[in-house]
Structure formats: structure tokens, C-alpha cells
Design a protein around this ligand. Structure first.
Ligand SMILES: C[S@@+](CC[C@H](N)C(=O)[O-])C[C@H]1O[C@@H](n2cnc3c(N)ncnc32)[C@H](O)[C@@H]1O
Length: 300
């Protein structure tokens, strides 16, 4: 091999030196230096362990997910598998027990996508911040930080999981972010996500076509959210939407979410990459002109 840098592909398909793909040794050593010199001593900053990181890099290479182009349906499942036995999975599981309605596998996928998705993050429906903090931990592990906006309408929260009861969602969300050292990383926008005033506040934080990860876990209105916020999304944007499958109290939501997703998948606007946890859909959004239609099997 010559001295020219190895080439990988970024999430958007352009060729990049592997150091920029986030899964190489070079990235790892840059990240390690940043972590060691970081002033952030938040409780969620897991102690830096060089052996653990070297081992992760080796596994990503072994399972062929050391290039972002490999992070498609199978790649994402592999990424989850190689994290299940790691300390981060245990950390996300206990974070979930305290703050989230989502399955630890979903929190791990959010963490992993936030770590690799290169651009900004927009979340609709953080509730007490479990999903938000999982993504924030991933974002911290990038070699380049980005803007993370979460939109919460607020009010009371009385979910079936009694441990998550709150009299004031926004107050407790902000307190949880602060207590766990993520308050400075996440911009909390308070408001109903489909209000134009809320959208204006969101746009004040995010440049057009800068969001590479959109997380939706709100009231099932996927279509309207995509219409309102599409200009903020990159041409291909990772998308995680909860409540595709009906589970427990979320039957009404999935009744709205699933048909909206299915229609968009059939049109090629959404690309389905998998289902995780208790009923979460994971995929990509494609701008008009960049659609990716589902493969039709020969017998269909
Ligand atoms: C299912 S919970 C989110 C759970 C969270 N992602 C977690 O990890 O546990 C839904 C949240 O979305 C908020 N919400 C619902 N509809 C909304 C809307 N249209 N705009 C903003 N927030 C909304 C609710 O107040 C609630 O806090």
C-alpha cells in the first residue's frame, strides 16, 4: 500500500479518508485525546478505556462495519450485536430504566447513530430525556460535535410505567439533562411540534439541510412532521420512529404511525432498515429525487 490515506464512505456516500468515518484507529486516537483533555466530568462520561476502544475498533473491522456505507440494515443489526456485551449497553439500560420508555436496544441504536451520523440531530418527543441522553452520549463520542435540538410540548406525564410519572415534563427533562451532564449539549425547544412558532424556534438553531438524524417519538403524526421539518434534513437522513408496532398503551399511536410509514416506504421516501425493541422503526428519509423504492421480490 502507498502512503495515500485509506478511503471510506461517509453516511452521504461521498468518499472520505477513513479517519473521518469515525470507526478507525486514527479517529479513535483523536477521540481519546479529546476525551482525556475534556473538562466534562459529567456522571455519564464513562471512564476512558483504551483496551475497550481498541477491541471495539477490531470488532467493527471484523464484522465489516468499519465503513459508514456498511451501516445499512444488516450493518445496523451487527452494530447492535457487538454492543450488547459492552459496558455502554449496561449504561444505556440503566439510563433507560430511570428515564425512558424505549427498549435498551433502541437506546443503543440511537447512541450508535448519533455517534456516526455526522450532522445535527433533531428529536420530537423526549419526555424525561432517556432517548435524548442516549443520543447525547453518542454525540459526545464523535470527533466533531454538532447541534442537538429536542422539542417537547410539556405537561404532565402519567405513562403506564409508574416509575416515569411526572407532574411537569419540561422541568424534569431539563433537570435530568443537567444532572447527567448533557444540558449544554441539548437545546430544549418547548412547544407543540406542529406549531409554526415552534418550528421557527427549531429553525433558529438548525441550518437547512443539516440534520442527519431525526428521532420521532411523539403523537404519531409522522407525515405532518416530515412536511414541516423536511428542509432541515439532509438528502438522506437517518430516521428513528417509535410506535410502528402496537405495544400496550401505544395501540392508538401505532394505528396512525404504521400506515403513514408504510405509504412513505412504498413511495420510496422512506427506506426501511429494521425494527427494534418493542416496536420502533429504523430507516432513512430520502428527499424527492433521491427516493429509494423497496425491492420487489420476483414472486410478488
Ligand atoms: C412516548 S413519550 C417519549 C418517550 C421518550 N422518547 C423516551 O425515551 O422515553 C412522548 C413525548 O412526546 C411529547 N409529545 C407528544 N406529542 C408532541 C408534539 N406534537 N410536540 C411535542 N411534543 C410532543 C409528550 O409530551 C411526551 O413527552
Amino acid at each position: 500500500m502507498g502512503s495515500s490515506p485509506a478511503i471510506g464512505r461517509s453516511l452521504f456516500g461521498e468518499k472520505t479518508p477513513l479517519a473521518a468515518t469515525g470507526t478507525t484507529l486514527k479517529f479513535f486516537s483523536q477521540w481519546a485525546r479529546r476525551r482525556e483533555s475534556s473538562a466534562d466530568k459529567s456522571p455519564d462520561s464513562a471512564p476512558f478505556d483504551p483496551k475497550e476502544q481498541e477491541n471495539l475498533v477490531r470488532e467493527e473491522k471484523f464484522y465489516e462495519i468499519d465503513d459508514l456505507a456498511a451501516l445499512e440494515a444488516r450493518g445496523l443489526m451487527k452494530a447492535l450485536m457487538i454492543h450488547r456485551h459492552r459496558r455502554i449497553y449496561t449504561q444505556l439500560k440503566s439510563l433507560g430504566e430511570e428515564y425512558s420508555m424505549l427498549h435498551p436496544d433502541v437506546l443503543t441504536v440511537l447512541y450508535y447513530l448519533a455517534k456516526h451520523a455526522e450532522g445535527n440531530i433533531l428529536e420530537i418527543g423526549p419526555f424525561l430525556g432517556g432517548s435524548t441522553m442516549a443520543a447525547a452520549i453518542g454525540l459526545r463520542e464523535r470527533n466533531r460535535l454538532a447541534t442537538f435540538v429536542t422539542v417537547e410540548k410539556g405537561g404532565e406525564g402519567i405513562p403506564s410505567r409508574r416509575r416515569l410519572v411526572t407532574e411537569d415534563i419540561v422541568r424534569d427533562l431539563k433537570r435530568n439533562l443537567l444532572d447527567n451532564g448533557h444540558a449544554s449539549l441539548v437545546q430544549v425547544v418547548v412547544g407543540f411540534s406542529l406549531d409554526n412558532k415552534t418550528a421557527e424556534k427549531v429553525r433558529a438553531h438548525l441550518q437547512p439541510r443539516s440534520v442527519t438524524l431525526l428521532i420521532i417519538d411523539a403523537d404519531g403524526e409522522v407525515r405532518s412532521l416530515l412536511n414541516l421539518y423536511r428542509e432541515l434534513l439532509t438528502d438522506q437522513c437517518w430516521l428513528v420512529i417509535d410506535d410502528y408496532f402496537a405495544t400496550g398503551i401505544s395501540t392508538a399511536k401505532s394505528g396512525r404511525t404504521k400506515p403513514q410509514i408504510d405509504t412513505a416506504v412504498a413511495a420510496g421516501e422512506l427506506e426501511e432498515l429494521g425494527f427494534y425493541g418493542w416496536g420502533t422503526w429504523v430507516g432513512k428519509w430520502h428527499r424527492a429525487g433521491c427516493e429509494k423504492r423497496p425491492e420487489v421480490l420476483p414472486n410478488e
